[in-house]
Design a protein around this ligand. Sequence first.
Ligand SMILES: [Zn+2]
Length: 151
Amino acid sequence: MSSAERSNLDLFCPICSAVRDSKFIEYDEHCEIHGFELAYHITAYECMTCGEELADPANPELMDPVYDAYRAASGTLRPEEVKAIRERSGLSQVAFATILGMSPATINRYEMGSPLAVKEDNLIRMAGIPSAMRMLMQQRGHLLKPGQRPA
Ligand SMILES: [Zn+2]
């Protein structure tokens, strides 16, 4: 996924605290997410005054392609799939997290795009199986407040 060379932009540089002439840069990077080694391609700009790397305005969600690569490598659920499973259960994020023994902030992060570890992925997939969800509700449903129960 290589991009053609792009012309300079005037971008705000937080180090200079000013709008600066910035040149397009791109390079390959790698990282590890939940045990998976991932290679990805960075496009960004570089402040021509101080050399600070600035986010590419055409690609502000820098980590999205990395998370996509992680999901392809690990076979874990996409954010919209996590949300769809939860919504089918009829539970709010807080109630769903309670039933699965996770924190509501974690469920929220997964639905917003954070990559799931395989263990959490398996648990959320299980919650998508109606008979497994009934079992979880029998086991942990008493932890829900009355208003949190599915209709
Ligand atoms: Zn600068």
